[in-house]
Design a protein around this ligand. Structure first.
Ligand SMILES: [Zn+2]
Ligand SMILES: [Zn+2]
Length: 187
C-alpha cells in the first residue's frame, strides 16, 4: 500500500512533523512517511511580496513525488499566495498527488498575540487534513466544524475541527476504495 509523505521545506519543528504523522494516519488510514528536508523552493519565491507563489511551489513538489507515494504534503514556514488572493493557508491539486500548507499564519504571534503551541498544532492538523482532502477529491463542505469547510481567515480555521464530517468521511471512504482497487489492493 502506498504512503502519504510529508515534505518539509526548510526546517520544520519536530512537534509539527510528529503531530501530522499521527493525525494523517488517524484520519486517512495511510502510513505516513517523511521526505528529507528540501531546500526552499527558490523558483516559487516572489521578491515583491516576500511570499511563495503556491502554484510553482506545487509544481516543484510534483517533480519530487516518490514512487510509493499516494500523496505528498509540502510544509513550509513561508507565507503562500496564489495570484488573486493575498495569501492562502494551503493549496492543493484537486484529485492530484500534491498539496502544501504554510505555517506562517497559523501562529498566534502572526496576529500579535502570545504564542499558543496547542492551538497552533491543531490549526496545522486542520489545514493538513483540508488540503489532503482536496487531493483525494473532496470539495468544500458547508459544515463549519468539518475539516473541509473553507477558511479565509484564522477565525474560520479555529471554528472547524481536524476531522471530516460524516458526509465527507463517507465520500472519502468511497474514493479510497476506488484508489485501492486501482492499486490492486484487496478490500
Ligand atoms: Zn479548500
Ligand atoms: Zn464535511
Amino acid at each position: 500500500m502506498k504512503a502519504i509523505y510529508l515534505a518539509p521545506f526548510g526546517i520544520i519543528d519536530e512537534d509539527v512533523m510528529s503531530t501530522l504523522e499521527i493525525c494523517i494516519w488517524q484520519i486517512f488510514g495511510y502510513e505516513v512517511k517523511r521526505m528529507s528536508n528540501l531546500a526552499d523552493a527558490v523558483s516559487a519565491f516572489d521578491p515583491k511580496t516576500e511570499q511563495y507563489n503556491s502554484t510553482p511551489f506545487l509544481k516543484d513538489l510534483i517533480r519530487r513525488v516518490p514512487k510509493d507515494a499516494e500523496k505528498v504534503l509540502g510544509i513550509t514556514n513561508c507565507d503562500l499566495f496564489i495570484p488573486m488572493l493575498s495569501f492562502v493557508f494551503g493549496h492543493a491539486q484537486l484529485n492530484g498527488p500534491v498539496a502544501a500548507i504554510s505555517l506562517a499564519r497559523l501562529h498566534q504571534k502572526f496576529y500579535h498575540l502570545p504564542e499558543n503551541k496547542n492551538l497552533f498544532l491543531h490549526r496545522v492538523m486542520k489545514e493538513a487534513v483540508h488540503e489532503l482532502g482536496h487531493t483525494f477529491g473532496l470539495i468544500h463542505c458547508s459544515d463549519a466544524r468539518c475539516a473541509m469547510s473553507l477558511s479565509n481567515a484564522i477565525q474560520q480555521v479555529d471554528k472547524k475541527t481536524e476531522e471530516l464530517c460524516a458526509n465527507c468521511s463517507i465520500l472519502f471512504e468511497d474514493i479510497n476504495k476506488h484508489i485501492r482497487r486501482g492499486n490492486g489492493m484487496e478490500i
